[in-house]
Design a protein around this ligand. Structure first.
Ligand SMILES: [Zn+2]
Length: 151
């Protein structure tokens, strides 16, 4: 996992502690990063929540940074989606248990008061990310020996 993309809840408050000792992922220079606010959104229950911490590579007042910002997301967030990893996992578990995509969507959407289009967007993102997911999985574990079952 990219250390500059996701952090856990435990790591989140300590992001700024040694930020000046970290390397900018774009500029590859140390000592230029600073905290730059929060990325906020709504969770699955439509409550406002913090989704990420913004980091700024400072180029102000003759500082040598590149001026770019990036986000450190909480690890339970899915970038670009309202649903978190727990709801996404419930949806995928339904599919793995043998439900059709439609039935898995209805089962999870009814439990969490979410629109059906949310899960279709999640499904389309998963389909579009197959190459990246399979590349990571091939590095992390061996292929399964069981029969392949397309969803
Ligand atoms: Zn930079």
């Amino acid at each position: 996992m990219d250390p500059w993309k996701f952090v856990t809840h435990d790591q989140f408050p300590a992001i700024g502690h040694n930020l000046k000792l970290k390397v900018c992922p774009f500029f590859r220079r140390v000592g230029t990063l600073s905290l730059h606010g929060y990325l906020r959104g709504q969770d699955e229950k439509h409550h406002p929540s913090v989704r990420a911490r913004r980091i700024f590579c400072s180029d102000r007042t003759r500082r040598p940074g590149c001026g770019r910002t990036f986000s450190l997301f909480l690890s339970h967030c899915l970038v670009g989606l309202k649903v978190g990893t727990a709801v996404a996992w419930a949806f995928l578990s339904g599919i793995l248990a043998g439900l059709s995509i439609e039935k898995a969507v209805y089962a999870v959407a009814a439990q969490h008061d979410l629109s059906l289009s949310t899960f279709w967007r999640l499904w389309q993102k998963l389909k579009g990310a197959q190459a990246a997911i399979r590349t990571v999985l091939s590095r992390e574990c061996s292929p399964t020996s069981g029969p392949l079952r397309p969803p």
